[in-house]
Design a protein around this ligand. Structure first.
Ligand code: DGL
Length: 264
């Protein structure tokens, strides 16, 4: 048993979609979530910059919050940094790309899989690599959607402007016959309904769901589950906490979240 908190990090509010899945599965764990909004978006930074930012947040979470595990709740940071970060720290570190790739590779019926993600994640080729490893017949169509994250961060997720941008970008998949689409950025489940509306028959894969299962399995197998009746969650932003607080309450269907600001 281990009652230390689980750390989660993202560039912004997107990682909350992963927190939501992990929390639903393990509500008696404690959590510390860091959204690095001072440095958003990660999707347009070089892999080296993303690695440095991820390393700084990991160090902070270990030193200040004594986390027992880190979930990199960001595809871009997972793509740019996961193996290196794992080799730098002793705590277990879990990313979102491998669990999401497995889910997509095994759920498709016609082996035609789409991926939407940040440009950084698309350029890394990590989803293509892992999906092909799990399903060597997969045909993969990847699309970078750099307009999505800034709009979601600005609180525009449920507006006609967002719908227009989603409809325009997803036209890319019109002649591909994909039956499965990976939401390869943790911000995208926030606009899942708009995406589903544009691609009606396509099964959407939220890697956060698969990641939550991976976290659970790891904690069970290593006897690291908490024995608290109810855990505590802290939400931290390196940027402006106002929009973060509002999105977090909306997304998690709560009223009591108040994000703290830190400079890392
Ligand atoms: N939410 C992040 C991801 O999953 C990145 C968004 C960004 O900062 O560009 O890739």
């Amino acid at each position: 048993m281990n009652n230390q908190p689980i750390g989660l990090m993202d560039s912004g509010v997107g990682g909350l979609t992963v927190y939501k899945q992990v929390y639903n599965l393990l509500p008696n764990e404690s959590y510390v979530f860091v959204g690095d909004q001072a440095n958003l978006p990660y999707g347009e930074k070089s892999p080296k910059e993303v690695l440095d930012l991820t390393k700084r947040i990991t160090e902070w979470l270990i030193k200040n919050k004594n986390i027992k595990m880190l979930v990199i709740a960001c595809n871009t940071a997972t793509a740019a940094a996961l193996p290196k970060i794992k080799s730098m720290f002793e705590i277990p570190i879990i990313g979102v790309i491998e669990p999401g790739s497995y889910m997509a590779a095994t759920q498709t019926k016609n082996n035609k899989i789409g991926i939407i993600a940040t440009d950084g994640t698309v350029k890394s080729g990590k989803y293509n690599e892992l999906i092909s490893e799990f399903n060597n017949e997969a045909q993969i169509y990847s699309l970078g959607c750099p307009r999505f994250v800034p709009m979601i961060e600005d609180g525009l997720a449920h507006t006609p402007q967002m719908k227009k941008v989603v409809d325009e970008d997803l036209a890319f998949f019109d002649n591909t016959e994909i039956d499965t689409l990976v939401l390869g950025c943790t911000h995208y489940p926030i606009i899942q309904e708009l995406i589903q509306d544009r691609l009606k028959k396509v099964v959407l894969i939220n890697p956060g769901i698969a990641t939550a299962n991976t976290v659970n399995e790891y904690l069970v197998n290593h006897h690291l589950l908490s024995d608290q009746v109810i855990g505590n969650s802290e939400f931290i932003s390196t940027g402006d906490t106002e929009q973060f607080t509002q999105t977090a309450n909306e997304l998690l269907n709560r009223k009591d979240i108040k994000a703290q600001h830190i400079d890392i």
